[in-house]
Write a protein that binds this ligand. Sequence first.
Ligand code: PEP
Length: 252
Amino acid sequence: MRRKLVVGNWKLNGNLARNKALLGEVRVGGFVEGVDIAVCPPFPYLQQAGDVLSGSGVLLGAQDVSAYQEGAYTGEVSGPMLVDLGCSYAIVGHSERRSLFGETDSRVASKVGAALAAGLTPIVCVGESHSQREHGEAEQVVAAQLESIVAAIDIKLLDRLVVAYEPVWAIGTGLTATPEQAQSMHVFIRRCLGRSGVDSDGVRILYGGSVNAGNAVQLFNEKDIDGALVGGASLVFDGFKAICEAASKASL
Ligand code: PEP
């Protein structure tokens, strides 16, 4: 059975004082039985988060990772640097990076390769826009996003991947895919990976898109929803904790 994973993506939020309060709550109450939990603060606060969360069982992740290891790449943060700071995970190819910062499928694939080479677990985000879903293209779009990764990286490494299915129309909008819509796409993603030769049974596929305390239980009860990538609701401890507890309950 795949162990559930709940990841908080803080995006561009926080400051030292606010983080101290939230991380303190996560440290004391964030650990729940049977679930892996991680938080992904902005780069400058990884050290702070690592210090506060050390020994708590809550893991650390980054919101992005460079495709490069080191050298003349101003502004980049490499996989080995993130490992140095105690990160276990790196989100790669979030739709905000794809749409606002021009990340292409091939750049995302390079970042996945760099994360794996550094010993990080990449959390690769895939998902369709609203109009792509309306036009019946959702599976085709997600398949192409996965294909570029599968084509670029040694298949044997890809069972270490975490995939986050994040329909773009559900991110930060309050709209959530129904559990049935999400489950159906998760099965499709697992099948795509399997067909490409990835040992996909153990690959965790998270759902992301307006997950909150009210909808988490139903989502986690679906067989192929192995956890969540949580944006807005990860910034308020009670909401994040409720999502983690829902994941724990669904694992029993
Ligand atoms: C995200 O940023 O990955 C996300 C899913 O955001 P939200 O939960 O706010 O929709």
